[in-house]
Design a binder for this molecule. Sequence first.
Ligand code: FAD
Length: 312
Amino acid sequence: MAVLVFADHDNATLKDGTHKTVTAALALSGDVDVLVAGKGAGDVAKAAAGIAGVRKVLHAESDALGQGLPEAISALVVPLMAGYDALLTPATSLGKSFSPRVAAKLDVAQITEVVEVVDGSTFVRPIYAGNALETVQSADAKKVLTVRATNFKAAAEGGSAAIETIDAGPGAGKTTFVGQQIVKSARPELTAAKIVVSGGRAMGSAEEFQRVIEPLADKLGAAVGASRAAVDAGYAPNDYQVGQTGKVVAPELYVAIGISGAIQHLAGMKDSKVIVAINKDGDAPIFQVADLGLVADYKAAVPELMDALAAA
Ligand code: FAD
């Protein structure tokens, strides 16, 4: 069985989700190749070649691939799949965007958000906002999977795969790239961060969110997250949202401040290793998943925590 892993990157850096997806791929087969599709992504291809267990890196370059246009990526991937039995991509926005196109063109069912590979045709994935896990068996000749990277350990470094330059494919067709707005942040990326500090509706304003959540996150070297209520109220940007309709995170430490713990929020963070909750309502559902819970007003608790961290 030959498996193709689509590399997650920003043309400069290979993202950790690729290493984790390679781990999922290696559970399927020992023949794992990585596709680096980008523009000026030579360093990414070299980094992918250094992942232990990778057989070969396919490297394709074009403007449209560098811009992450799903039309261009799927047009590149579909013919490549003639030589592969499975395509695995991290379940990022881009992965979720191009892989259904590939599955449709191959006339197979896409299997999304895989959290465990049981065998070459059997996979485990969450349903009902993460409240149940279903085991699905695919009879399709080719498998197209998006992988919830947070559920897999990163494959080690130490590989020395060959890099093969391939044609960039037919491009994006009628789709053209207009522009993108990328939020620049010195903080770690939310889905890859080891620590996440999240704020909820209790913050009451964007100013309060920035005053309370962001300094604590910076003190801990953490990424900042938010509940949907906080995002909808304009306290935090959209891309901070954690949960069923936001990002799924599984950091070493997740700190939820003024977040009730609605089922849709838990769907995005309950696999975190250690969950700390600060909430003034002792009956808040967040305490049912919290490893450490503090029933307190955040206005008193967070400054005390900042003082303790400063003294540590
Ligand atoms: P609230 O539920 O209002 O909770 C605020 C909490 O702050 C309360 O527990 C309160 O006790 C506490 N509090 C108030 N003041 C203080 C204080 N001074 N100190 C300490 N604690 C205090 N939500 C998500 O987060 N992510 C999603 O992806 C998401 N997707 C959704 C998808 C669908 C289809 C639907 C229907 C809903 C979704 N939601 C999602 C919304 C979700 O149901 C909740 O409404 C939301 O998570 C609530 O956010 P919150 O906990 O910040 O606010």
